[in-house]
Design a protein. Structure first.
Length: 66
């Protein structure tokens, strides 16, 4: 017999995709209030509170049709 436990932890109310600023602790969903710069090769998420870079991701090359 299995028992299902319900948690009242804060993390249950948080969206699954959450970014955290390593410098100031600001947190928001991926589509939240981050400053997003989409360049031709990279996408960068910057913290709106302290302007630290939170995520800097290489954009993949588009696939060409054969």
């Amino acid at each position: 017999m299995s028992t299902h436990h319900t948690s009242t932890d804060d993390t249950n109310s948080r969206p699954k995709a959450v970014l955290f600023c390593p410098d100031c602790g600001h947190e928001s969903g991926l589509s939240g209030d981050w400053i997003v710069n989409e360049g031709p090769e990279r996408t960068t998420h910057t913290c709106p509170v302290c302007e630290a870079t939170v995520e800097d991701r290489h954009r993949p090359e588009p696939m060409l049709a054969p």
